[in-house]
Design a protein around this ligand. Structure first.
Ligand code: FAD
Length: 320
């Protein structure tokens, strides 16, 4: 987190890569091969998610340790309150502290599979705010704390096509400010595809006195089905021009990927042009799209890319 703040202060563009824990050991090894290649491009940090309902706790802890101490990249581990009494939370935090990891993304988490509503586990926390307060109280300034921000408001308060009401949106922002006031140093946002919504969100946060860096979470479109599933789950608004561009090519995997690179590049360009110089890439454990976007932006060297990857960005109308 200090590195992000430092980069912001020096006018450099900071970027980071997010990964999730694969289901199999072979998947984990593949991920580390990919991560090694990606880390060669100098991300400011990389993070690993915490499985829904605490399902991947041990794997996440192992991967985080390996990232920090073997891949040697500044690592942030996600941690949720779902199914986590405070003893389990502390045991996870103690484990990463012992391993020298200093960054945590403090989350409430989604309800466990099959449940509609988040229910606080006995002896656990009901929201990310409680978790931030707990980390601060117990670990002082040891951990840099990141929290989640929702440019379109949290999906639980989005009622229909129209999105969240003004009131629900401002309640959401006020709650986000409480998380920051409780000790969060950084906000990473939920994915979005309408860049204007993100820029308005940053402005609205600044208006109510949130001053920490707000890092846009960019999820490049890698395939059509995944895009529809994620945007449906998160209730993300899809601008009409994106639907229009994807509709005719949705069965052509390569064309969708190329469009994803084009769109991601354009979104990042607009964000960077607004003066924000941090980008967080939800890689979904894939390297090509994320690296192609950073290459297009001139943030990583193409020469290094061609040396490390047996791949070239496709040449077509979407290539920027
Ligand atoms: P909170 O900040 O606690 O709250 C979510 C919303 O509930 C708030 O926006 C607000 O509308 C309302 N709310 C809660 N408490 C209060 C209160 N006291 N007062 C008023 N309103 C309140 N999930 C995983 O399982 N694993 C992950 O690794 C993971 N990583 C994520 C990373 C990012 C960057 C993001 C954006 C999300 C991630 N998620 C992850 C999903 C996340 O767990 C869900 O979105 C979850 O439903 C909310 O978590 P939160 O920390 O935002 O919750």
């Amino acid at each position: 987190i200090e590195k992000i703040q430092e980069a912001a202060a020096n006018g450099r563009t900071a970027f980071s890569f997010e990964y999730f824990p694969p289901k199999t050991e072979e998947g984990v090894e593949n991920l580390f091969e990919r991560m090694d290649r990606m880390v060669a491009h100098g991300p400011n940090f990389c993070d690993i998610t915490w499985g829904a309902g605490g399902s991947t706790a041990d794997v996440t802890l192992d991967i985080a340790n390996r990232m920090q101490n073997m891949v040697c990249v500044e690592t942030m581990m996600h941690l949720t309150c779902t199914n986590m009494p405070v003893e389990k939370i502390d045991s996870a935090l103690d484990a990463i502290k012992t391993n020298g990891i200093q960054n945590v993304l403090a989350l409430r988490g989604d309800p466990p599979h099959g449940q509609d509503k988040f229910v606080q586990v006995a002896g656990g926390f009901s929201c990310a705010l409680d978790l931030v307060q707990h980390i601060k109280a117990k670990y002082g300034d040891y951990f840099g704390i990141t929290v989640a921000g929702y440019p379109e408001a949290h999906p639980e308060v989005i009622l229909g096509e129209e999105g969240a009401t003004e009131e629900a949106y401002s309640n959401d922002l006020a709650y986000l400010k409480r998380k920051v006031d409780a000790g969060a140093d950084l906000i990473v946002t939920q994915l979005f595809y309408d860049t204007d919504i993100f820029l308005k969100f940053v402005n609205d946060c600044r208006q109510i006195g949130i001053t920490c860096p707000i890092v846009p979470g960019i999820m490049p479109i890698n395939n059509y089905k995944g895009f529809i599933r994620m945007t449906g789950f998160c209730k993300t608004k899809i601008p009409a021009e994106i639907t229009a561009a994807l509709d005719p090519i949705k069965d052509n995997e390569e064309a969708v990927k190329a469009y994803g690179i084009h769109l991601g590049t354009e979104m990042c360009k607009k964000i960077l042009a607004s003066g924000i110089n941090t980008l967080h890439l939800y890689t979904l454990n894939m390297e090509k799209t994320a690296l192609a976007i950073l290459t297009n932006l001139g943030l990583i060297e193409e020469s290094k890319l061609s040396r490390t990857l047996p791949w070239r960005p496709p040449t077509n109308v979407f290539r920027v």
